[in-house]
Design a protein around this ligand. Sequence first.
Ligand code: GDP
Ligand code: MG
Length: 227
Amino acid sequence: MKSTLILLTLNEIRGLNELYDKIPIDAVDEVLAIDGGSTDGTLEFYKDKGIKAVVQEIPGRGRAFIEGMKHAKHENLIFFSPDGNENQEDIPKIVKKLNEGYDLVIASRFMKGAKSDDSDDPLYIRHLGNNFYTLLVNLFWRANVTDAINGFRGIKKSKLKQLHSDATGHEIEFQITIRSTKLGYKIGEIPTHELKRVGGQRKANTAVMGYRFTRFFIKELMNGKRF
Ligand SMILES: Nc1nc2c(ncn2[C@@H]2O[C@H](COP(=O)(O)OP(=O)(O)O)[C@@H](O)[C@H]2O)c(=O)[nH]1
Ligand SMILES: [Mg+2]
């Protein structure tokens, strides 16, 4: 099955400069960038490299997933954020698992063999939050995953379509995991090593994220399979 690698960026020129050439492009059949409206040279970088880039019509990381789905040519979608946090070496492993028949493959930062080295989380708040929301997904929907919300993941395009995701921001991954579980998708994980950000700035504000995750959690409790 053919694969599209979707790069998600909003002002990530420093990450792209450092990482792009290290991405194992041979593992995929198409590279597509979905950009949130960068003004730091990210779009020029894509042009120079001949990478197809789409500037989002609607802002937000959640909408970037949906626009990626619409513009990708292939069935296997691998979402990758080139900000340094995600390890490009894992891209072929995600492709392999999608080809083995998994509908959703999450790069887990918390399973055996994984590691998280995210330096801008000195108080461990994000780490605890991650584990808390993963626990909720496992308790309420029996997802049996170790990392419900990492953005580094692959999913079959036809399966993502059926989720009718309406999340606009960083809560998109949480919603995808919950709805995938509700629909009985085959979910797999691979261990990953979360690295330090290369440069630029984190866009996700921890307090806003906590609020949005809680709102989405309640919504998913109420809506069952009606989405
Ligand atoms: N296309 C797109 N990418 C975004 C948007 N917001 C954030 N990103 C990208 O998503 C990735 C993860 O964002 P980041 O702020 O580092 O969040 P965190 O790593 O989850 O804390 C980075 O590559 C960002 O550039 C957006 O609105 N649109
Ligand atoms: Mg990041």
